[in-house]
Design a protein around this ligand. Sequence first.
Ligand code: ZN
Length: 90
Amino acid sequence: MGGTQRTCVQCGAVAEKRRLLRIAGRPGEAWAPDPEGRLPGRGIYLCREGGCIGRFAARIRTRKGGARWKMGDGGMELADRLAAMSSDEA
Ligand SMILES: [Zn+2]
C-alpha cells in the first residue's frame, strides 16, 4: 500500500510524503528544508516540481506570508534557500 499522504501547502495537491519536499521546524522559531524527511519538528510540505517551492519562497518573504507560516526570524534565510532549490529545477 502507499505511504503516508501529505498535502502541498502551496497548491493543495495530495501526494505520498516522500514525493514532497518537507520543510521542518518549530513555528515562530526556525525552519529548514528537510529533503530527507529526517529532521524533528513540524512539517510543511511542498511539491518538488511545478514551481510550488519558488512560489512558497516568495510568499514567506512577505510580512503576511511570514506571519501565516510563523517563519520567525529565519524566514528570509529559508526563502533564499528554497529559491535556490527551486532554480535548480530542470
Ligand atoms: Zn504543490
